[in-house]
Design a protein around this ligand. Sequence first.
Ligand code: CP3
Length: 346
Amino acid sequence: MQLKNDLLIRAAKGEVVERTPVWLMRQAGRILPEYRAVRNSLSGFKELVETPEFAAEVTIQPVDILDVDAAIIFSDILVVPEAMGCTYEMIEKRGPLFPKTIRTEEDLKTLRVADPHEHLNYVLEAIKVTKRALNGRVPLIGFAGAPWTILAYMVEGSGSKTFSHARGMLYTNPRLAHQLLRMITDTTIAYLKAQVEAGANLIQIFDSWAGILSPAHYREFALPYISEICDAINEVPVTVFAKGAFFALEDFSKLNCETIGLDWNMQIAKSRQEIGPNKTLQGNMDPCLLYSSFETIERETKNMLKEFGPHRHIANLGHGVYPDTDPEKVKCFIQTVKEYGSVIRS
Ligand code: CP3
C-alpha cells in the first residue's frame, strides 16, 4: 500500500522533504477526551491494549483530531515482559505493577523467550486492523522498549525514582543481568520483525531509563543490545530514543539506525555535532511548553525548528505529552510545525 503522506519515512531516510514532519510521543492517550471515553467503556487499560479493534480506534484518534504525520500503535512496552512470563497490572493513577519480579537465577528460570505470533498476537492484529483503517493516510509506527528499560521494570517490579534494585543488579549479579538482557533482546527482535511483517512502517525503540545509568554501565548493559536490535531490523527505518543519554550520543552515531530521539536536556547543535550528519534527529521540545500561552508555544516551536534546520529533523516533544495538556495547545504545536516547517526552507 502506497503511503499518501510519507514525510516521516523520507525524513528518517535523510531525503529532502517539503516540510518537517511532526508527531508526538504518547499522542494516543489521556490528553484526548475521545480516548478517555473508549477507555472508560472498558474494564481498564489492558483490555484496551489487548482488543485490536479498540486499540486501532485510539491509535487513529490523534491522526483525525490532531492532524499528526504518523500514527503510533496503541500498546505498551510492558507487553514484552508479560509475553516472557512476567504479567503486569496497570494501577489507576499509580502506573505499572509486576506481582512477580526477576531478581535471582530461580526467577529467571520462570521466563521464556516469547514467540510474538503466540504471545503477542493481539498487537500484531491491532497493527493489521489499524493499517486497513488508515488506508495509507500516514505511516504507522511500531515500537518496543529497549532491553535495559524492560529489565528495569522486570527487576524493580514497578516504576521507581531510582530503580535501585535494577541498577543494583548490574553490580551484584552482572551475569544474571546479561542473561535477562539476552532473553529480552531475542524476544524484542522477533517481536519487532513481526510488527514490521504486520505492517509497521517505522520502528521506535524507547530507552526511557537510559539516563539513570553511568556511561560505563550504559555501554556495557544497554548499547550492545540496542545495537543488535538495530542490526536485525533492516526492513524499515529505526529510531532510537534514549531519554537522558546525552553521554552516549557519539556512540549512537555508530548505530545501524536512521533516527536518534533527543530529549529537551540535549542541546540541538551539540547533539547534531556528536551524532554526525548521517542520522535524522527527532524531538525535542519540553512537554511543559504546552502549558504556556499559544503565543509562547508558537515562538518556542519556531525557535526549535530554526535550530534543527530544515533537513534530517522530525519534530516531536522531548518525551511523552503530559496527560493534563490541553489538546488545543497540542494542536498549536503541530500547526506551527506544519506552517513554519515549510517556511524555513525558502
Ligand atoms: O501514543 C503513544 O505513544 C502509544 C502508546 C504508548 C503507551 N505507552 C500507552 C500508555 C506508548 C508508546 C507507551 C510506551 C511506554 N510505556 C513507555 C516508553 C515511553 C516513555 O514514556 O518513556 C514506558 C516507560 C511505558 C510504561 C508505562 N505505561 C508507564 C510507566 C505507565 C504509567 C504512567 C502513565 O503514563 O500513565 C504506562 C501506562 C500507559 N501506557 C498509559 C498509556 C496511554 C496510561 C494508562 C491509562 O490510559 O490509564
